[in-house]
Ligand binder design. Structure first.
Ligand SMILES: Cc1cc2nc3c(=O)[nH]c(=O)nc-3n(C[C@H](O)[C@H](O)[C@H](O)COP(=O)(O)OP(=O)(O)OC[C@H]3O[C@@H](n4cnc5c(N)ncnc54)[C@H](O)[C@@H]3O)c2cc1C
Length: 359
């Protein structure tokens, strides 16, 4: 699929905007192509795959029709491959923030936090439990220091050269960055709330060896206070069992993992139930015409948070979305096995001729 981060301010016109490039959003992009709709995909994450990639990439999945077993990562790869003939543009690292109806033509204007603006006939929310965002340090003082002294990702290692850095967390990212920065920073302290780490064994062993060889420090405890002077971080108090320790620090990189947050969608004037979008099960449309919800974000009686349910929901929602994109046209259903245009698109013109010769 073509990946784009188009920073330009031009409005992008499309038939359907798919919010979320998890498994359901990816299948929806394929299905949109089958039905004859153009679409763009947007995801807050830098990678596609949603929960499958963020939460359990290497776990086996057994309940996808006709695939007896595949890992979550393989499923995402297959879905990406399935979309490829339609090459839907995807905008990763963009969080969809605002939605407004525009004009009398019943279209929608949707914007992202990084300035993309879409003009779309329909919006398909495949946003799972919401956008994945970094779990932040639960201290009021952290917000004012964010970006300068408190970080939730490492963009440029050079920013930490010669600095005293605390890396907080016990997963792969925390250990990988603590190890990577030990040769760049003045001093790295890895802070984790317990003795056991969630990271790969090899990283844990390497971090313990590095600590034993005085290449970095490992401190067990939790961040209790950020001590700043004039907006400049000076030190961090770490609460430990039976006491507290103060560590001099210029930067804290908190890598506690990601949490899902419905965020701006909750303020779009759509009927929600327990943090999810209520839909009509005949077409998975929300309380606002032209706004659909499919996959984990959709709620209705007996809803199952299963990938296969999301596929079905997307398929029905897009058929209704077609009526918004082409109000004047009547769409006739053709089974994919008899759809000449689709077969050319997917198999290519030559393969189509071969098929015809075999008949
Ligand atoms: C450990 C685990 C194991 C599982 N095993 C199975 C299984 O075996 N079989 C099965 O069927 N299901 C399984 N599931 C459930 C399955 O993963 C979910 O049902 C599925 O991921 C839902 O897909 P989705 O596309 O609706 O949402 P998600 O996968 O959650 O993707 C939603 C995407 O939308 C993005 N997004 C949200 N809000 C915004 C916004 N405002 N702007 C931009 N992007 C946004 C998010 O960043 C995310 O990438 C499992 C889940 C877990 C956690």
């Amino acid at each position: 699929m073509s990946s784009t981060s188009s920073p330009e301010n031009a409005t992008i016109r499309t038939d359907v905007l798919i919010v979320g490039a998890g498994p359901v959003g990816l299948f929806a992009a394929f299905e949109a192509g089958v039905i004859g709709l153009t679409c763009h995909l947007v995801d807050a994450l830098e990678v596609q795959g949603g929960q499958c990639i963020e939460l359990y990439p290497d776990k086996p999945i057994f309940d996808i029709p006709a695939i007896p077993v595949c890992t979550a990562r393989e499923l995402v790869e297959r879905l990406t491959e399935q979309c490829r003939p339609f090459d839907p543009p995807q905008h990763l690292g963009h969080r969809v923030t605002t939605l407004e109806s525009h004009g009398d033509d019943k279209r929608w204007r949707v914007s992202t936090d990084k300035g993309l603006v879409f003009d779309t006939a329909a919006v398909l929310l495949a946003a799972g439990n919401g956008a994945f965002v970094p779990q932040r340090i639960a201290l009021e003082s952290a917000a004012a220091l964010e970006g300068r002294h408190i970080h939730y990702a490492v963009r440029e290692t050079a920013a930490f050269a010669g600095q005293r850095v605390i890396v907080a967390g016990g997963g792969d990212s925390a250990l990988d960055w603590a190890l990577a920065l030990r040769n760049i920073a003045k001093r790295v302290t890895l802070v984790h709330r317990r003795e056991t780490f969630r990271a790969a064994n090899a990283s844990v062993e390497e971090a313990k060896r590095a600590a034993a060889d005085d290449e970095l420090d490992i401190v067990i405890g939790t961040i209790a206070a950020l001590n700043a002077d004039g907006g400049v971080l000076k030190s961090v108090d770490i609460k430990q069992i039976g006491g507290e320790v103060v560590i001099d620090a210029d930067h804290v990189i908190a890598l506690y993992g990601l949490v899902a947050e419905l965020g701006p969608i909750a303020h779009w004037g759509i009927e929600t139930l327990a943090g999810r979008v209520a839909v009509d099960t005949s077409n998975y449309e929300s309380s606002r015409p032209g706004i659909f919800a499919v996959g984990d974000i959709a709620v209705y009686p007996n809803k199952q948070k299963l990938i296969l349910s999301g596929f079905h929901e997307a398929s029905l929602a897009l058929r209704k979305a077609y009526t918004y994109a082409f109000p004047e046209k009547k769409r006739t259903h053709i089974h994919s096995s008899y759809d000449q245009k689709l077969s050319e698109r997917i198999l290519g013109a030559d393969a189509k001729k071969d098929l015809a010769a075999d008949e």
